[in-house]
Design a protein around this ligand. Structure first.
Ligand SMILES: [Zn+2]
Length: 113
C-alpha cells in the first residue's frame, strides 16, 4: 500500500456510501486537471504495482496537466471509480469511449516516445 497521502482539508460528500476503497480517503491520487477542473470523463483507472492510484482522462500524459488530489476528492468527483475499488495491484480499468464497456486488464507500461 502506498504511504503517499494528501490532506486536502475539504469536507467530502459522497452520493453512494459506504466508502468503497480499502485505502483511506486521504490517499494521494494522480489525476488530470481536465478531469478535476474541466469535467472530462474518466477513461482510465490504474492501480499500479506500488498500490498507487491514477485516474486519467486519456487526453494527456504531460506531467504539467497532472494534479495530485486525495482519493476522497477523486471519488467525489467521479463516483464511477468506486466500482474499481477492488482492482488488483498492477491492473487497470479503461474504456475506449464514454459509451464503451469498461475493460479490466493488466497494466502494460510503455516508454514514452
Ligand atoms: Zn479531498
Amino acid at each position: 500500500m502506498s504511504n503517499k497521502t494528501i490532506e486536502c482539508g475539504r469536507e467530502h460528500v459522497f452520493d453512494e456510501p459506504p466508502w468503497p476503497f480499502d485505502d483511506p480517503i486521504n490517499t494521494g491520487v494522480v489525476t488530470t486537471k481536465n478531469i478535476m477542473v474541466h469535467d472530462f470523463p474518466v477513461m482510465e483507472v490504474l492501480f499500479d504495482e506500488e498500490g498507487d492510484w491514477q485516474v486519467l482522462c486519456g487526453e494527456t500524459q504531460d506531467p504539467k496537466d497532472g494534479v495530485l488530489v486525495c482519493l476522497g476528492c477523486a471519488y467525489e468527483k467521479n463516483p464511477v471509480i468506486g466500482q474499481f475499488a477492488n482492482l488488483e495491484p498492477g491492473y487497470e480499468a479503461y474504456r475506449e469511449t464514454v459509451d464503451s464497456d469498461w475493460v479490466i486488464d493488466k497494466i502494460v507500461w510503455s516508454d514514452p516516445e
